[in-house]
Structures are given as C-alpha cells and as structure tokens.
Design a protein around this ligand. Structure first.
Ligand code: MN
Length: 497
C-alpha cells in the first residue's frame, strides 16, 4: 500500500491588506519557510503545498473552492501570521469539505527582547490573530484540530503528522468500496448497521456478493499461478513438508489468488467473509485473508463490514510506520488477580503484520463451519503499546470506542494453532472491559501496534462520528456520564432532517 507523499496538504496563511505590501511580502516569506520546513520533516507523510497569503473574503472563498475540487488536496493547515478579521473566513469555511488543522504557531521561537519594536509587533501577531480565527471556527461549530507550538517543536510536528495520516485515511475512505461475500452471521447484533448512514458519514460504500461470484473467480486461477504462490509461501513462512505438499495449501493459494483478483478487478479496499456462507469454497479463507490484510486490505469476519472498513482506514493511517494493524477479537480472559489479561485471536483471520518472527503455515481442523481443514498462519505478537478500536451503530449515530492496551508476552499454547495476542487493557482489565461494555463496543476490533488513540480521535473528528476513549487517567463514573451527555449532544446535533 503506497500512500506516502501521494497527496497534498495545503498550507494557508491569513492576513489583511491593512499592513501594506512590505509586511505582506514578509508574511508570505515567513509562511513559505514554515511550510517548507514542515514538508521536509521525516514525520510528515504527505506533500505540504504553500498557498499565497489570503487577505480578502474573495481570495479565501476561492482557495476553499479550489481545495474542495482538488482531488490531491486532503486537508488545509491554517495559520494567522497577523490579524485576519475572521468574518472574511465565513463564506470559505462554510463550504469547505476538507479537514482543517489550525496551527497556532509563530516564526520566531523567542521574543527578541533587545530589538523588539512596533514593526515586529505589526508582523508577529498570531497570538491574537489565531484567537480571532479560533473564535470563528468555534462560532461556526467547525470540526478541526488545533495544534500549538513553535514550528520546529517536535511535539507540534508530531501532532500535525498524526492529523495528516488521519486525513489520508479520511480521503481514502471517501472512495472506499467494501465487498461482502455473504451476509452477516445470522442473529448477530453488533455487526449490523445502516450502510447508507455509514456512507454519508464515513464515505465508504458496501457492496454485497454471493459466494458464487467469488468461487467463479477462484475456479479461474491457473495452476501456474498457484505453483508460483506456493514457492512464495515456502520463502516467507516455516512449514512441514506434509503441509508444503498438501492439497489444502494448494487450495488456500487458489482461494487467495481468486480473492485478490476479485478485489482488484472491483477496486475494493476491504472485504468480509462469513463461515455460514462458503458455498462452493472448500475451506474457510484463512491464509488468504491474512495475506490480503498484510497487503493493505481491510477485513471483517462474519460479515462485519464496519470493522472491515475501519481496519482499512487504520492501515492507511499506519502506512510505513513501525508495527502492524489487524482485525481482532477479544477471545478469552486470564483472570488471575495478579496478572489479568485478554487473549485476542480469531478463528484464523489475524494479519501477519503484527507477527513477531517468522509465522508458520499450519493446517488443522476447524470445529465450526463444516468445511475442509483450512490453512492458516500461526504466530504471536511481541510486547508493545497498542489500541483496540470498535465502531458501532447506535441507531441515531456511529460511536467509535478506543481502548489503549499493553501487549504482553504470551505463554506457549501448543494446542491452540491460531495467531494470537495477549494484552492488558488500560487502565486495567476490570475497568477497561466494564467501560467497553457500557459504551457498547463490539467483540470485533481494529487492533494496531503502529498507531495510537490520537489518530482515531482525529479521524473520528473529520467524519463527525462520536469518539470515546478508554485509557490512563480514566474514571468509569465520569465516562458513564459522558456517554449520557453524548446521547443528548448527538440527538440535538443530528437536527430534524
Ligand atoms: Mn468473530
């Protein structure tokens, strides 16, 4: 998945004509310097494009219109070098449909005590100019991120870098197509939801297919392509000779190639399967799903299209970062009071991007689904900070729940041949699980060791969905109140349409 430096973030600077051409020339030069500096930072994953200084309602509206219609532009970073009367911004901002970050910064880090004069004061006004801009954002109830700090401050740059990655995922989700092979697992509640509302809020569109559509593609895969892929497996994973030469592995390769071809032909970025609908497939796609996730496809099991789209978005945010991102499920608990932990796994479908060491391909019976024994990658995840994320449909809105977790070493489980992760929820299992359950979080999640809660908070802000966070400094009683208050806010914010 190649997303680095493929898109643009526009750096826009507000001012006004009052100061005369000399000052405005300096404003432009300073802004260019900041934009160029951000663009050169290794943390910044997209191009930063400097735009001419904005001094009038017409130029602001024109710029916002250009941003809306430019498909490479994924967001705007705004900075008010001088005072920029904010009524000028109303028309432009009211029509803006790209994410907005307000960078509250200035060119000089320190006040030049010895030389500071009135010219300096006329030029370097962001401390008050940005407050005027901030007010209009608040007055207009705009979703935006505010980052404060000198433009060379590493922490400020990191906050911007996170937002740019979230904006990349937001842009990616706008055109995302999710393919569903079969429907939801029957009678399951949390994987249901309103696909139309999801498209209106998050941009992605969900397409349903019969398993037969996939089987037709799988049956077209030539033997030569399967042989080539089996060689690739042998190079990447450890396996016994009997697995390497098995019909099962050959069949898994056929399913992978057919599935990938189907997804690529239809331009799909995410997909779901369900073990209840595998008509014409000889095994539950395990290895295929794992490897396609590692290539950047989002995935949700049992028809879970919301999690499939979420996993894709998280993978886009994490592109090129250390660590991995996977579909996940809270499976079972270790309730030793001295060492409580959650064992995360799924029947098969965990992404090897979170594997520590070389995964092994194994073939074992699956006691559900009634198909042939499937091939799967088996591995563990190394200790790391991670997050679990769920998006649920509450009927009148979507809620995103993020729980920080700490991955810990997982003991050997010789009789459990699936990929698995052992973690401790933050602040602790009892509080974290209770909060998750009060919030209605699903058993399926997007799990990542590459990104933290801030990425998801930024992403949720761009889509306008509810965001709740379970982490350190957490109070369950306050959290329950937040959930109740949010009921009111989102009920009113939705309006009567
Ligand atoms: Mn499941």
């Amino acid at each position: 998945m190649d997303i680095i430096k493929t898109k643009e973030v526009w750096f826009i600077t507000g001012s006004q004509d009052l100061y005369g051409p000399e000052t405005l020339k300096q404003v432009a030069a300073d802004s260019q310097k900041i934009a160029a500096s951000l663009g050169k930072s290794k943390r910044i994953s997209q191009k930063i494009v400097f735009k001419p200084v904005l001094t009038s309602p017409a130029s602001i509206s024109g710029l916002c219109t250009q941003a809306n219609s430019n498909e490479n532009c994924i967001g705007l970073i705004a900075w008010m070098h001088t005072f920029s009367p904010a009524k000028m911004w109303i028309d432009g901002l009211s029509g803006l449909n790209k994410p907005l970050l307000h960078f509250h910064t200035q060119l000089n880090r320190d006040i030049p005590w010895k030389t500071i004069d009135m010219d300096f004061m006329n030029l370097n006004q962001s401390a008050h100019g940005d407050r005027e801009f901030g007010f209009i954002g608040t007055r207009m109830r705009l979703n935006r991120k505010v980052v404060v700090g000198h433009y060379l401050d590493e922490d400020a740059i990191e906050r911007i870098a996170v937002w740019i990655r979230a904006a990349t995922a937001f842009s990616d989700a706008r055109g995302m197509k999710v393919a569903r092979f079969g429907d939801n697992m029957r009678e399951v509640a949390v994987t249901e939801g309103n696909k139309l509302s999801a498209q209106i809020k998050m941009g992605y569109s969900v397409y349903g297919y019969g398993t037969g559509d996939l089987v037709r593609e799988v049956n077209k895969v030539p033997e030569s392509a399967i042989r080539k892929l089996l060689t690739e497996y042998a190079g990447e994973y450890s396996m016994t000779k009997s697995v390497a030469s098995s019909e099962t592995l050959k069949e898994a390769a056929r399913i992978e190639l057919g599935m990938e071809s189907f997804l690529n032909k239809g331009n799909f970025k995410a997909f779901t399967t369900t073990f209840e609908d595998l008509h014409g497939l000889r095994q539950l796609p395990g290895l295929a799903v794992q490897r396609l996730m590692a290539k950047g496809f989002g995935f949700g099991a049992e028809g879970d299209w919301k999690t499939a789209a979420l996993v894709r978005s998280m993978k886009v945010m994490a592109g090129g970062l250390k660590g991995g991102t996977s579909f996940m499920e809270d499976y079972t608990y270790h309730l030793d009071p001295k060492n409580t932990a959650v064992l995360g796994a799924h029947m098969l479908e965990i992404c090897p991007s979170i594997a520590s060491g070389k995964p092994s391909v194994q073939v074992h019976q699956l006691s559900i689904g009634g198909k042939e024994d499937p091939a799967r990658l088996v591995f563990k995840t190394a200790p790391a900070d991670a997050i679990n994320v769920s998006v649920i449909d509450l009927g009148n809105r979507f809620r995103m729940i993020v729980n920080e977790v700490e991955v810990i070493r997982c003991p050997d489980m010789p009789k459990l041949p699936v990929a698995s992760v052992l973690w401790k929820p933050v602040p602790d299992l009892k509080t974290g699980a209770a909060a998750w359950i009060f919030a209605g979080g699903a058993h399926h999640t997007g799990f990542s060791t590459a990104i933290n809660a801030e990425y998801l908070e930024d992403f949720a802000g761009m889509t306008g969905i509810e965001y709740v966070h379970i982490g350190s400094n957490f109070n369950l009683s306050d959290f329950r109140k937040e959930l109740r208050w949010n009921e009111l806010y989102y009920h009113l914010a939705g309006g009567i349409s």
